[in-house]
Design a protein around this ligand. Structure first.
Ligand code: FEO
Length: 170
Protein backbone atom coordinates (compact mmCIF):
# COMPACT_ATOMS: atom_id res chain seq x y z
CA UNK A 1 0.00 0.00 0.00
CA UNK A 2 1.39 3.39 -1.00
CA UNK A 3 0.64 6.35 1.25
CA UNK A 4 -1.29 9.28 -0.18
CA UNK A 5 1.69 11.50 0.57
CA UNK A 6 4.16 9.27 -1.30
CA UNK A 7 1.77 8.85 -4.24
CA UNK A 8 1.18 12.60 -4.48
CA UNK A 9 4.94 13.25 -4.43
CA UNK A 10 5.53 10.73 -7.24
CA UNK A 11 2.59 12.24 -9.10
CA UNK A 12 4.31 15.65 -8.89
CA UNK A 13 7.45 14.05 -10.32
CA UNK A 14 5.44 12.82 -13.33
CA UNK A 15 4.68 16.47 -14.02
CA UNK A 16 8.31 17.49 -13.53
CA UNK A 17 9.50 14.85 -15.98
CA UNK A 18 6.91 16.05 -18.48
CA UNK A 19 8.14 19.60 -17.94
CA UNK A 20 11.69 18.30 -18.53
CA UNK A 21 10.49 16.86 -21.84
CA UNK A 22 8.86 20.17 -22.71
CA UNK A 23 11.99 22.10 -21.75
CA UNK A 24 14.17 19.92 -23.99
CA UNK A 25 11.72 20.27 -26.84
CA UNK A 26 11.97 24.05 -26.41
CA UNK A 27 15.76 23.72 -26.51
CA UNK A 28 15.40 21.65 -29.68
CA UNK A 29 13.22 24.29 -31.31
CA UNK A 30 15.65 27.01 -30.26
CA UNK A 31 18.59 25.02 -31.67
CA UNK A 32 16.78 24.84 -35.01
CA UNK A 33 16.36 28.62 -34.90
CA UNK A 34 20.14 29.15 -34.56
CA UNK A 35 20.94 26.68 -37.34
CA UNK A 36 22.23 23.82 -35.20
CA UNK A 37 20.19 20.84 -36.42
CA UNK A 38 22.46 18.35 -34.65
CA UNK A 39 21.78 20.04 -31.30
CA UNK A 40 18.08 20.07 -32.20
CA UNK A 41 18.21 16.33 -32.83
CA UNK A 42 19.96 15.67 -29.52
CA UNK A 43 17.39 17.67 -27.55
CA UNK A 44 14.47 16.13 -29.41
CA UNK A 45 15.72 12.70 -28.34
CA UNK A 46 16.16 13.99 -24.82
CA UNK A 47 12.49 15.02 -24.97
CA UNK A 48 11.59 11.42 -25.81
CA UNK A 49 13.73 10.09 -22.94
CA UNK A 50 12.02 12.39 -20.47
CA UNK A 51 8.62 11.15 -21.58
CA UNK A 52 9.81 7.60 -20.82
CA UNK A 53 10.88 8.80 -17.35
CA UNK A 54 7.43 10.36 -16.85
CA UNK A 55 5.60 7.21 -17.96
CA UNK A 56 7.75 5.05 -15.69
CA UNK A 57 6.45 6.99 -12.70
CA UNK A 58 2.92 7.12 -14.11
CA UNK A 59 2.86 3.34 -14.56
CA UNK A 60 4.30 2.80 -11.10
CA UNK A 61 1.41 4.79 -9.60
CA UNK A 62 -1.08 2.68 -11.54
CA UNK A 63 0.61 -0.51 -10.33
CA UNK A 64 0.12 0.78 -6.77
CA UNK A 65 -3.61 1.42 -7.36
CA UNK A 66 -3.25 5.18 -7.50
CA UNK A 67 -4.82 7.11 -10.36
CA UNK A 68 -2.32 9.65 -11.71
CA UNK A 69 -3.58 13.23 -11.75
CA UNK A 70 -2.35 15.21 -14.73
CA UNK A 71 -1.20 18.65 -13.62
CA UNK A 72 -0.63 21.70 -15.81
CA UNK A 73 2.76 21.77 -17.51
CA UNK A 74 4.66 25.03 -17.11
CA UNK A 75 5.69 26.90 -20.24
CA UNK A 76 9.46 26.61 -20.83
CA UNK A 77 11.64 29.55 -21.95
CA UNK A 78 11.88 30.30 -25.68
CA UNK A 79 15.55 31.29 -25.96
CA UNK A 80 18.65 29.82 -24.34
CA UNK A 81 21.62 31.89 -25.54
CA UNK A 82 24.82 30.38 -26.93
CA UNK A 83 25.28 26.63 -27.58
CA UNK A 84 27.30 26.43 -24.35
CA UNK A 85 24.58 28.26 -22.42
CA UNK A 86 21.92 25.82 -23.66
CA UNK A 87 23.81 22.87 -22.23
CA UNK A 88 24.62 24.75 -19.02
CA UNK A 89 20.88 25.32 -18.59
CA UNK A 90 20.27 21.62 -19.29
CA UNK A 91 22.81 20.62 -16.61
CA UNK A 92 21.31 23.03 -14.06
CA UNK A 93 17.91 21.54 -14.78
CA UNK A 94 19.21 17.98 -14.34
CA UNK A 95 20.72 18.94 -10.97
CA UNK A 96 17.27 20.09 -9.89
CA UNK A 97 15.75 16.81 -11.07
CA UNK A 98 18.41 14.90 -9.11
CA UNK A 99 17.48 16.84 -5.95
CA UNK A 100 13.79 16.04 -6.49
CA UNK A 101 14.52 12.33 -6.98
CA UNK A 102 16.63 12.34 -3.83
CA UNK A 103 13.73 13.94 -1.92
CA UNK A 104 11.46 11.14 -3.12
CA UNK A 105 13.94 8.52 -1.90
CA UNK A 106 14.23 10.31 1.45
CA UNK A 107 10.44 10.21 1.77
CA UNK A 108 10.31 6.51 0.80
CA UNK A 109 12.92 5.72 3.47
CA UNK A 110 11.06 7.74 6.12
CA UNK A 111 7.84 5.92 5.26
CA UNK A 112 9.53 2.51 5.17
CA UNK A 113 8.10 2.12 1.66
CA UNK A 114 10.54 -0.51 0.39
CA UNK A 115 8.80 -0.88 -2.97
CA UNK A 116 9.17 2.83 -3.72
CA UNK A 117 12.79 2.79 -2.51
CA UNK A 118 13.59 -0.07 -4.85
CA UNK A 119 11.70 1.45 -7.79
CA UNK A 120 13.34 4.87 -7.39
CA UNK A 121 16.87 3.44 -7.52
CA UNK A 122 16.62 3.34 -11.31
CA UNK A 123 16.01 7.10 -11.33
CA UNK A 124 18.92 7.69 -8.95
CA UNK A 125 21.27 5.91 -11.38
CA UNK A 126 19.71 7.59 -14.41
CA UNK A 127 20.39 11.02 -12.90
CA UNK A 128 24.09 10.21 -12.52
CA UNK A 129 24.16 9.46 -16.25
CA UNK A 130 22.09 12.50 -17.20
CA UNK A 131 24.39 14.88 -15.34
CA UNK A 132 27.56 13.20 -16.63
CA UNK A 133 26.40 13.43 -20.25
CA UNK A 134 25.55 17.14 -19.98
CA UNK A 135 28.91 17.83 -18.28
CA UNK A 136 30.79 16.03 -21.04
CA UNK A 137 29.12 18.08 -23.77
CA UNK A 138 29.76 21.28 -21.79
CA UNK A 139 33.48 20.39 -21.65
CA UNK A 140 33.53 19.84 -25.42
CA UNK A 141 31.78 23.16 -26.01
CA UNK A 142 34.19 24.98 -23.69
CA UNK A 143 37.13 23.52 -25.59
CA UNK A 144 35.56 24.52 -28.90
CA UNK A 145 35.28 28.16 -27.75
CA UNK A 146 34.65 30.29 -30.81
CA UNK A 147 36.15 27.79 -33.23
CA UNK A 148 33.44 27.31 -35.84
CA UNK A 149 34.86 24.10 -37.28
CA UNK A 150 34.92 22.39 -33.86
CA UNK A 151 31.36 23.54 -33.23
CA UNK A 152 30.45 22.10 -36.62
CA UNK A 153 31.94 18.75 -35.55
CA UNK A 154 30.04 18.80 -32.24
CA UNK A 155 26.84 19.62 -34.09
CA UNK A 156 27.46 16.61 -36.33
CA UNK A 157 28.20 14.37 -33.33
CA UNK A 158 24.99 15.45 -31.58
CA UNK A 159 23.11 14.90 -34.82
CA UNK A 160 24.16 11.24 -34.82
CA UNK A 161 22.31 10.49 -31.58
CA UNK A 162 19.49 7.99 -32.08
CA UNK A 163 16.65 7.24 -29.73
CA UNK A 164 16.88 3.99 -27.85
CA UNK A 165 14.01 3.86 -25.41
CA UNK A 166 15.32 3.32 -21.89
CA UNK A 167 13.47 0.65 -19.95
CA UNK A 168 12.57 1.99 -16.52
CA UNK A 169 13.66 -0.47 -13.88
CA UNK A 170 16.37 -2.15 -15.94
FE1 FEO B 1 14.21 12.70 -16.27
FE2 FEO B 1 16.63 14.19 -17.33
O1 FEO B 1 15.66 13.62 -15.87
Amino acid sequence: MISDKMAAAINTQVNREMYSAYLYLAMSAYSESIDLPGFANWFRIQYQEEMVHAFGLYDYLISRDYTPVLLAIEQPPKAFGTPLEIFKAALEHEKKVTAWINELVTMAVAEQDYAAQSFLQWYVKEQVEEEATAKLIIQELKMAGNDGSTLFMINRELGARVFTAPVVGQ
